[in-house]
Design a protein around this ligand. Structure first.
Ligand code: ACM
Length: 417
């Protein structure tokens, strides 16, 4: 189900009113500051460089900074340079919230690009909603949220699972074991998977959640052996992905018979574990580094030139990169006037950009992004062979699996009991 325009307009009106009575002075000051500082536009860069999701989030920080550098090198935005204010929230949701507050209130950034886990996005959300600032979130996530103060450029479940789950059932069988890290994203994503499996005649033979940063999978792997699933559906995140794959192989399991099908394993984790541990497993995502497009070749070449020829790009670093260009286009549309987060948000709606994965667009109804889902099979060289891809971009439907729910400024609401 997509969000109905009428409900979204109601939300907009409510938030607009709150802004008028609440904090308009902050944004007038911001616009003045941008001009007074000689045309500088301050943006926050909030990705973890330390802690349990540092492997993946470092790549987001790098892709974001590369886009900022490219934009500045080509003259900035309406003659103004982007000044990134970089913070390391150390993979810790409480630190995310504290740093977000600093970027919004202390540095007076007009937007912040940030975060990988949904736990950290949930932690910063109250800051962006309270101060009516704008958070650009590049990561695939579970949906069931459409805050007016977030632009979502990563995939939601209908853009990762809709084709993937039926494909897995058809090619490997109906018995799924669901393994995830223990927080909101894997649990919600697995709820969607269970709804799909029920519709398609699939079966869940096990469901388990391990703590973030978990690195000891022997008891989990024993359960794989005991229950003999056809598919291990993985939403394990961060450094744990490396441990899971290594221990799976060490236990003698065979991807040809019991593949891991992941929404979260990218070239980045594979580079950390070694391609031999990932070969034969599958990932569904809108972007793979091996995708053949002129925009992607340019992106990969620039990334490796800047950060090293062995560096990889991945399905989260790509949106972390292109969303800065969407921000640029939104600010350009404002023509140097009204440089406030609410105005930037309005100008961002409907923006299109030729990204490495294909042409993307911010949906003006729900602030999520039209994307190009693909299925990749990991190869021993650490790359994915793309074996399925959509012919048309796929509309984002953050409430796809949940009939009767709509978004509001405070989260989802039931429209029927
Ligand atoms: C995630 O937590 N959205 C990967």
């Amino acid at each position: 189900m997509s969000i109905r325009r009428r409900d979204f307009l109601k939300v907009t009106a409510a938030t607009g009113a709150a802004a008028s009575f609440g904090f308009p002075h902050i944004w007038i000051k911001n616009a003045d500051l941008a001009r007074a500082a000689g045309g500088e536009i301050k943006v926050g860069v909030l990705y973890s460089l330390t802690g349990t999701t540092a492997i993946i989030e470092t790549s987001l920080n790098q892709a974001c900074l590369m886009a900022i550098e490219e934009i500045n090198a080509s003259g900035g935005i309406n003659g103004m340079k982007l000044t990134p204010v970089v913070e390391d929230p150390a993979s810790d949701p409480a630190t995310f919230a504290q740093k977000a507050r600093k970027l919004v209130l202390g540095d007076k950034c007009v937007s912040v690009f940030g975060s990988y886990t949904s736990a950290s996005r949930k932690a910063v959300l109250p800051v962006f909603e309270k101060y009516n600032n704008l958070y650009w979130y590049p990561t695939l996530y579970e949906g069931r949220e459409c805050s007016l103060d977030v632009i979502y450029t990563g995939a939601v479940p209908n853009q990762q699972q809709q084709d993937f789950v039926p494909w897995l059932l058809k090619n490997f069988g109906k018995k799924f074991y669901l393994i995830g890290s223990n927080y909101i994203y894997p649990k919600e994503e697995n709820n969607v998977c269970k709804i799909l499996l029920k519709r398609l005649g699939g079966e869940v033979v096990g469901e388990e959640y391990v703590p973030l940063g978990h690195s000891e999978f022997s008891s989990v792997i024993q359960k794989f052996k005991d229950t003999q699933p056809n598919v291990i559906f993985s939403t394990v995140v961060g450094d744990s992905v490396v441990a899971l794959h290594r221990q799976y192989k060490a236990a003698g399991l065979d991807p040809a018979k019991m593949p891991m099908a992941s929404l979260t394993t990218s070239e980045e984790e594979i580079a950390a574990m070694g391609g031999e541990f990932a070969v034969g497993h599958f990932t569904s995502a809108p972007y793979f580094m091996s995708y053949d497009s002129p925009e992607n070749h340019k992106f990969v070449e620039a990334f490796q030139k800047k950060y090293g020829k062995d560096k990889v790009t991945n399905f989260v670093s790509e949106p972390a990169y292109f969303q800065v260009y969407l921000f640029k286009q939104a600010v350009e549309k404002l023509g140097g006037k009204n440089l406030t987060p609410p105005e930037i948000r309005k100008a961002a709606w409907g923006q299109e950009f030729k990204a490495p994965q294909g042409l993307v667009k911010i949906d003006p109804e729900n602030s999520h992004t039209y994307l190009w889902p693909k299925i990749g099979e990991a190869q021993s060289n650490g790359q994915f062979k793309i074996i399925e891809q959509v012919k048309q971009w796929v509309e984002p439907k953050p409430y796809w699996a949940y009939e009767g729910q709509v978004c509001t400024p405070t989260g989802m609401k039931m429209t029927k009991s």
